[in-house]
Design a protein around this ligand. Structure first.
Ligand SMILES: Cc1cc2nc3c(=O)[nH]c(=O)nc-3n(C[C@H](O)[C@H](O)[C@H](O)COP(=O)(O)OP(=O)(O)OC[C@H]3O[C@@H](n4cnc5c(N)ncnc54)[C@H](O)[C@@H]3O)c2cc1C
Length: 290
């Protein structure tokens, strides 16, 4: 399969990119790693008239420490996130999740910004970013907007990005002391998109009582599910095995899984609860160690 004809631009700065988006936004697509866009163009599911290739925009590729936060450029490759020492130390949930995404060849090209902008409901990074309370910078020639990750994803493959905006930066706040994390997913083969998955964060106080928890599920419906009620069940209590089991069962009321050729809705519901229980156990154990 070959894509429909398109006009190609390769800007080298953010300013040039934003100028191109201001002029052509409605008819253009950003080309980042191309690992989702190119297949959809080859199948002619996407037929942009114009491609704006941002692979030469060096200023979009960085991992910086800034005011205690970690600022990551949108063009940072997924493989870099997997291998970077600063990410492993300060955002270990991100590093640990990366091997679940596709295969090394795809992660060599695929970018953080591309995965978030694409907003595949089975993608790992959107759920991980919500669990980490990340903030996203959306840039256009006119304004700069910031979104909490949990407000960025609006449905199946859709986000708050407008056609003339670029997702330019992702900011991760520091994890408080005594915070544990875990990622769990089930896929038919390693590297396939997940049938269901979950990212969890648990913070304990000095007595071992949970004072913050986040449970974010993926692969169940159109967008990541931030299961706040289930997470709230843990807050103010010692997260014992029984408390974790009870919180994981509460997930039931917060999800409405869809069925497809890969899994029934009931199987996804079962996975969501089982994976959450496993992830919470791991996150609590890590919080106690940390
Ligand atoms: C065989 C295969 C298996 C895969 N398995 C998984 C998996 O298990 N989990 C997973 O999460 N992903 C998986 N992927 C997708 C992969 O992670 C992609 O890299 C990712 O979804 C898109 O990133 P990209 O940089 O390649 O973006 P592109 O494909 O270049 O772009 C994707 C979309 O985002 C837009 N876009 C890109 N960057 C920006 C930006 N900075 N600002 C605004 N819009 C932007 C593009 O215009 C396009 O619409 C798989 C891909 C393949 C081919």
């Amino acid at each position: 399969m070959k894509p429909a004809p398109f006009q190609y631009f390769a800007p080298t700065t953010i300013d040039e990119t934003l100028a191109l988006l201001a002029e052509h936004g409605d008819q253009a697509k950003i080309l980042a790693g191309g690992q989702s866009l190119v297949p959809t163009m080859n199948f002619r599911l996407a037929t942009p008239m114009i491609l704006i290739d941002i692979n030469r925009v060096g200023e979009l590729s960085y991992i910086d420490s800034r005011n205690g936060n970690l600022a990551i450029g949108a063009m940072t490759r997924q493989r870099t996130l997997e291998r970077d020492g600063e990410i492993a130390r300060r955002a270990p949930l991100v590093a640990a999740t990366m091997p679940f995404i596709a295969h090394p060849q795809i992660r060599n090209r695929g970018t953080l910004g591309g995965s978030l902008a694409h907003a595949d409901p089975a993608a790992e990074l959107p759920a991980v970013m919500i669990a980490l309370d990340a903030k996203f910078k959306l840039s256009s020639q006119k304004i700069e907007r910031w979104f909490d990750a949990r407000d960025f994803f609006t449905g199946l493959f859709s986000t708050t990005l407008t056609p003339n905006e670029l997702l330019s930066e992702i900011v991760l706040p520091p994890m408080p002391p005594h915070t544990g994390w875990a990622f769990q997913e089930m896929a038919r083969r390693h590297g396939d998109f997940a049938l269901a998955g979950v990212a969890c964060i648990v913070t304990l106080d000095a007595r071992g009582v949970c004072n913050d928890a986040r449970i974010v599920l993926l692969g169940l419906s159109g967008q990541p599910v931030d299961a706040r009620n289930a997470a709230k069940q843990l807050i103010g209590v010692e997260p014992s095995a029984d408390a974790i089991r009870a919180a994981s069962q509460t997930i039931d009321a917060e999800i409405d899984p869809s069925a497809d050729i890969h899994a029934s809705a009931e199987f996804r519901r079962h996975l969501a609860k089982t994976l959450t229980q496993r992830a919470l156990q791991q996150a609590v154990a890590r919080a106690k160690e940390s």
